[in-house]
Design a binder for this molecule. Structure first.
Ligand code: FAD
Ligand code: FES
Length: 567
């Protein structure tokens, strides 16, 4: 015997108030008496609220042990916590996280289970217990608990014995695997072992494959293709001189920027431009020049009533000095041999034009498609330039579509092109255009995972469990204006001041309805990682693993100076 099932706990998801928002969560579980049938996806009577993070075949049953109950009661000076308090289905005696291995199998009552992964750290366990820092502590103190997959369905009841029937390969414990994902100083041999455990759930497998590839990259990747998310070429803003301005269409003008020893960007990356004003507005512009151009070129569409685009079109002339943050961005060409589709609409041509320049400069032998949608001839920017680049390539095809005469390109238009279905695709344009095109390409048989998009605006929010999605444009936070450092959310076009009201930059962004991305909210999962374009932050509490240079983990960051965030 390896343990005992002390309590069997179930609970259906429900709406819960949290920071003035509504969260749909199944973290509340209560003990039940008698036997319950455990099926492939759930214990009878149980459910999960957010199936992206919890539940499903790999995470059918959550297990937590009696020992950590005692540990956390002491840590938080809490009275006895009732079974199910950590959101677990099985409260067990024994089966410690450092003794149970991924891939171990256990018989409990009539059913058999396999250990698939540690608990996913997320803010909801902290919400349940009123201890917001708990998600980070579960990892830092090596007591996460774990999930089971149901191998054989059957009845279980409190009091059942738990017997191990098989030990997982490589004998990597739940605590080992959890630390391997979330804590620094990873052991590469353990990473290799982890990806060789078939029982480990696919999501964790993928994360370990990526970590392994990154760890092994320096030996195999040439210096010219640094990994995505490379360090920016300089910190903060640098003064660059406008060397030339060239009209490209009725509404788009290119601005050439020069400076000493400009670092070579990656094709597809963008610059951040700060113009004058108080507060000085900040906007991103994709580089439209090839990486080896020696200067930087951005191409700006003048938006009616647009603050920065109008300023750049009307106030900036040759010789002007502009504050610019270093090239950044992960919308870059992946190293591959497959055909490549560069698809754009309007000013969305800029990042893919930079890619076309790069492919032409290296005389890429790939099958390359340049697909561009413009309103009409007058609004067709870069027509001659793109045409020449396509002509210079051995296997490139050009397709230009004018909506004024042909309407929006639909699935039939794309089908007529007979595109290669094994292609890597890069799309940039208005959000609806990208959504439609992606859908049409997937319908044609292209792999959705190999379609990348660049959005000229705030990134889509990741707010697990929140049901009351807000579509309010970003605004100043409620309450009195702060007097602390100036915080600029570049993609959202908002500048505000820090005040003691908000514990972290993430809370401030939430209060401003700036679209945010997070999961644990305590510095573990790195979902909230955000490029920091200028300024410095400090951390309370310190994250378990610091983000890369030029990035901040907003959920535990406070500004030390004025800060510009790419959010
Ligand atoms: C990664 C990235 C890359 C980008 N690359 C490019 C690029 O290569 N080229 C490019 O041109 N843009 C690009 N953008 C978009 C760019 O950053 C700006 O968002 C864009 O130039 C508009 O900024 P603005 O200050 O002119 O408009 P804002 O003042 O921010 O206004 C935003 C929108 O609201 C409208 N608006 C503002 N005030 C009013 C009002 N009073 N009444 C009605 N409507 C109003 C404007 O017309 C505009 O469409 C990129 C964005 C990102 C995130
Ligand atoms: S939300 Fe998980 S690290 Fe910030």
């Amino acid at each position: 015997m390896n343990g005992t099932l002390l309590s069997l706990n179930v609970g259906r998801p429900k709406n819960v108030e949290w920071h003035g928002r509504t969260v749909y969560t199944g973290i509340w579980k209560s003990p039940v008496s008698g036997a319950r049938l455990v099926r492939r996806l759930n214990v009878d009577g149980d459910g999960q609220g957010d199936l992206n993070g919890h539940g499903g075949e790999q995470r059918a049953v959550l297990v937590y042990q009696r020992d950590p109950y005692r540990y956390w009661q002491k840590h938080f000076a809490r009275d006895q916590l009732e079974p199910g308090a950590f959101g677990e289905n099985f409260t067990v005696e024994g089966l410690a996280d450092d003794e149970v291995h991924i891939g171990d199998r256990y018989r409990i009552g009539e059913a058999e289970f396999e250990v698939t992964q540690p608990r996913v750290t997320c803010y909801r366990v902290g919400l349940r217990l009123g201890e917001p820092e708990l998600p980070a502590l579960l990892v830092a103190h090596h007591r996460p608990g774990f999930y089971l997959r149901v191998i054989t369905e059957g009845h279980v009841r409190a009091g059942d014995e738990i017997a191990r029937t098989r030990i997982g390969p490589h004998a990597l414990s739940v605590a080992d695997i959890d630390a391997l994902l979330y804590l620094p100083d990873r052991n590469i041999e353990q990473l290799r072992a982890a990806v060789d455990i078939p029982a480990l759930s696919p999501g964790w497998q993928q994360s370990f494959h990526e970590l392994l590839a990154a760890a092994e990259a320096p030996a195999t990747t040439p210096a010219t293709t640094p990994p995505v998310g490379v360090e920016p070429g300089w910190t903060g803003f640098r003064r660059l001189r406008v060397s030339k301005i060239v009209p490209e269409s009725a509404t788009i003008a290119s601005i050439y920027l020069e400076g000493d020893r400009l670092p070579t960007p990656r094709a597809g990356q963008y610059l951040t431009v700060r113009t004058s004003g108080d507060p000085a507005p900040v906007r991103n512009y994709s580089l439209s020049s090839g990486p080896d151009a020696g200067t930087y070129r951005i191409s700006v569409k003048r938006e009616p009533h647009g603050l920065v685009s109008t300023y750049l079109h009307t106030q900036v002339c040759e010789g002007a000095i502009v504050d610019v943050a270093a090239p950044r961005g992960e919308f870059v060409l992946a190293d591959a041999k497959e055909p490549i589709l560069l698809v754009s609409a309007g000013v969305g041509a800029t990042p893919v034009l930079a890619m076309l320049h790069e492919l032409a400069a290296e005389q890429s032998p790939r099958d390359i498609w340049w697909i561009h949608v413009a309103r009409d001839r007058a609004n067709h920017a870069f027509a001659a330039e793109a045409h020449q680049l396509v002509q210079s390539l051995p296997h490139a095809t050009e397709y230009v579509h004018y909506t004024a005469t042909s309407g929006r390109p639909g699935a039939a238009t794309l089908a007529d092109l007979h595109l290669p279905i094994d292609a890597d695709t890069y799309i940039c344009g208005p959000e609806a255009f990208m959504t439609d095109l992606r859908g049409a390409l997937v319908d044609l048989g292209l792999d959705g995972a190999r379609i990348r998009t660049e959005l000229f605006g705030a990134r889509t929010a990741i707010n697990p469990g929140l049901t009351d999605a807000r579509h309010t444009p970003p605004h100043q936070p409620p309450g009195p204006t702060g007097v602390g450092p100036q915080i600029t959310f570049a993609r959202s076009g908002l500048t505000t001041r820090w005040s003691g009201e908000h514990g972290t930059l993430l809370e401030l962004a939430d209060a401003c309805d700036v679209p945010t991305r997070w999961s644990c909210r305590t510095g573990v999962c790195h979902t909230c990682v955000t490029p920091i374009l200028a300024g410095d932050v400090s951390y309370t509490p310190a994250p378990l693993e610091l983000p890369g240079t030029g990035q901040a983990l907003l959920c535990c960051a406070r500004p030390s100076t004025d800060v510009v965030l790419d959010l």
